[in-house]
Design a protein around this ligand. Structure first.
Ligand code: HEC
Ligand code: HEC
Ligand code: HEC
Ligand code: HEC
Ligand code: HEC
Ligand code: HEC
Ligand code: HEC
Ligand code: HEC
Length: 414
């Protein structure tokens, strides 16, 4: 009798514990939000994908759980269902798009997509490498309205010389931000927002822009790191509210600017823009920098951002000094360009690009050091204006003159 009762208590406890363990196991396999605040609507929309994907690609579900999309009930299917022009396939009882693009996001964010489409991040970025041939006539016409000559252009000569694999994995690794998609849309939004976290905090982090805006030809991230702004950001970032809702972002959330603050954010009532051209006044990336057609609007729009944190005299002085660096850099690059033109006229260089050492030297002169000096001046990088900029401009010009002398001497001896 005693033994049976012990046995039945043991069995009851065992079964009870086992049930509890099973229930716990089951719950840990459900999305956190689902278990903490079960909402019928959310479970209906996302539950099936999420409960299965917690066994397959769990990280995707955990990233999604933390997103604003999840908290607002945007479901897996809202993004993954095919939209017009996309190929579909059957997947576990659902119909999904084979390849997602900016078009899926633009269903719910049409104005962000339209702004993005006007920017150089769209068609011009792809055309900078591959030329116009991958775009439709309508796409070319749209982009050329805002950036004349930026899409209607031949493929890049250096890229073509380096070959397909270098271009596909190298150049396109950054320039695919504006890749034309099979569904007729352009580019992707996930380079800055990521697929499942889709967060503004990520997009506001300078490192996100620094994925592509880095290296000697566009050292923006390096310049930022050494600027007062960048130093303050790295020491005080945990005091900032990087997740603030864009339309409500104030200098209380972010008293220190990141790339996004100056180029895209709506700060203290300014309008958010996905057109990164709106606040620019010069074509700094060009060998010789001219004013953009939108010079006045661009300068004013950027200064409006500075003025949220600085006094007008401070900003005016900064711009006067930076414009002087642009003018002086133009003079130095022009001297190099004229020397190249003389050598060509004298028949000392072939018509082919990038087949003689002096062509590389001239390319480095403007493409690395000229640009760096100008970018450093506008974004607070003294070292880049000086040692990675003007010092190298001087050195490369002396080397170019030496090479020109040698070419001319060889000609005389013949
Ligand atoms: C019953 C399980 C199950 C369900 C339900 C399910 N999936 Fe999947 N899904 C999988 C498996 C398994 C894979 C393959 C994973 C791998 O390759 O490691 C997969 C792959 C995927 C892929 C990648 C496809 C590729 O090859 O590029 C996507 C996207 C995806 N699922 C989205 C979804 C979405 C969205 C839903 C809900 C609408 C969903 N899945 C529902 C099991 C499921
Ligand atoms: C905000 C839109 C959005 C939502 C919401 C979303 N996804 Fe995705 N997902 C994407 C994008 C964009 C990709 C990249 C797909 C591509 O390149 O075709 C992707 C890719 C994937 C992949 C392939 C990942 C890889 O790296 O191989 C899986 C699996 C997936 N999603 C599952 C899910 C599941 C499950 C959910 C819901 C819990 C979900 N997604 C919600 C946009 C979304
Ligand atoms: C079914 C509609 C829908 C789709 C599809 C969708 N979103 Fe959203 N998204 C929303 C809604 C709703 C909000 C909240 C808007 C608000 O706060 O005003 C939002 C907010 C956002 C935010 C701001 C998040 C924050 O932290 O404030 C970003 C960034 C974003 N979406 C990016 C994307 C990207 C990128 C895609 C495509 C991969 C996408 N969305 C697809 C509906 C959608
Ligand atoms: C690490 C990322 C990255 C790689 C790799 C890269 N680029 Fe760029 N490229 C950029 C960024 C960022 C800019 C914008 C520079 C600026 O505005 O200051 C740019 C600007 C340009 C421009 C000037 C803008 C224009 O529209 O004329 C050209 C041309 C260009 N890149 C071509 C190429 C080619 C060709 C390759 C490969 C041989 C390449 N890029 C590789 C990131 C990259
Ligand atoms: C995936 C790579 C990539 C990322 C990420 C990226 N960019 Fe760019 N960006 C480019 C390329 C490529 C260009 C040059 C396009 C052209 O002119 O051909 C460019 C150009 C620009 C320009 C110059 C536009 C003009 O009119 O000349 C600005 C400003 C800019 N980006 C700011 C940013 C900021 C700010 C971020 C982060 C929030 C960012 N970018 C993230 C690749 C990227
Ligand atoms: C304090 C504000 C500020 C910050 C922070 C900032 N920029 Fe800039 N940026 C500027 C100004 C001002 C210019 C020059 C604008 C002009 O042409 O009038 C500029 C120019 C540029 C250009 C050059 C476009 C061209 O014509 O070649 C790019 C690209 C760019 N910034 C990207 C970035 C990236 C990426 C970061 C972060 C790593 C960043 N910026 C941080 C203010 C800022
Ligand atoms: C160059 C990087 C970059 C790209 C590419 C990009 N975004 Fe953004 N996006 C940002 C930044 C930075 C913010 C936050 C702006 C701020 O700080 O106020 C943002 C904010 C947003 C928001 C919130 C806006 C609001 O007013 O609440 C949405 C929605 C959004 N992006 C959607 C998209 C969509 C859709 C695409 C593709 C068409 C896209 N983004 C491409 C950088 C980017
Ligand atoms: C969100 C606020 C914010 C924005 C926007 C901003 N700055 Fe700053 N800036 C700061 C802070 C904070 C410092 C550090 C001041 C200190 O030393 O206490 C600083 C420092 C500087 C400095 C170096 C210190 C000095 O006074 O010499 C310069 C130059 C500068 N900013 C120029 C600009 C320019 C130009 C713009 C616009 C293109 C701009 N800033 C946009 C907050 C901002």
């Amino acid at each position: 009798m005693e033994r049976t009762s012990f046995k039945s208590v043991f069995i009851a406890v065992f079964i009870g514990t086992a049930l509890l363990v099973v229930a716990l196991l089951f719950n840990t396999h459900r999305p956190q939000r689902d278990t903490q605040q079960p909402q019928a609507e959310f479970v209906r929309a996302t539950g099936k994908c999420a409960s299965c994907h917690l066994r397959e690609t769990a990280a995707v579900v955990h990233q999604f759980e933390r997103s604003k999309h999840a908290s607002l009930g945007v479901s897996c299917l809202d993004c993954h269902r095919p939209v017009a022009g996309q190929q579909d396939y059957a997947h576990r009882g659902f119909t999904l798009a084979k390849q997602l693009s900016a078009k899926n996001c633009s269903q719910c964010h049409p104005s962000e997509y339209q702004q993005f489409l006007r920017s150089r991040h769209a068609a011009p970025a792809w055309a900078a490498v591959y030329g116009a041939s991958d775009f439709s006539a309508a796409q070319i016409a749209h982009a050329e309205k805002y950036h004349q000559g930026a899409v209607q252009r031949p493929a890049n000569k250096l890229a073509m010389l380096e070959g397909d694999s270098a271009t596909a994995v190298g150049c396109a690794g950054c320039h695919d931000i504006g890749k034309p998609n099979a569904d007729g849309s352009i580019g992707n939004c996930t380079d800055c927002h990521a697929r499942h976290s889709t967060s503004v905090a990520l997009a506001r982090d300078p490192q996100t822009c620094g994925q592509c805006h880095m290296g000697p030809d566009h050292s923006q991230i390096e310049i930022y790191h050494e600027s007062k702004h960048g130093v303050l950001f790295s020491t005080q970032r945990n005091t900032l509210n990087l997740s603030a809702t864009p339309r409500e972002l104030t200098t209380a959330d972010m008293p220190i600017p990141t790339c996004a603050t100056c180029h895209l954010s709506g700060l203290d009532g300014l309008r958010v823009t996905h057109d990164t051209t709106e606040r620019l006044s010069y074509w700094l990336f060009a060998a010789i920098s001219h004013k953009r057609p939108t010079y006045v609007q661009g300068r004013n729009a950027m200064q409006e951002v500075c003025l949220k944190c600085h006094a007008a005299t401070h900003v005016d002085n900064f711009y006067t000094e930076a414009e002087q660096v642009v003018a002086d850099t133009n003079t130095k690059v022009k001297a190099g360009k004229e020397l190249m033109q003389e050598l060509r006229a004298e028949g000392l260089l072939t018509a082919k690009p990038f087949d003689e050492p002096i062509e590389f030297l001239y390319f480095d002169l403007w493409h690395y050091y000229g640009r760096t000096a100008k970018h450093g001046a506008y974004m607070g990088g003294a070292d880049f204006v000086q040692w990675h900029g003007n010092y190298e401009l001087l050195l490369k010009m002396i080397k170019m003159k030496e090479m020109a002398r040698e070419l001319r001497q060889r000609q005389d001896k013949r």
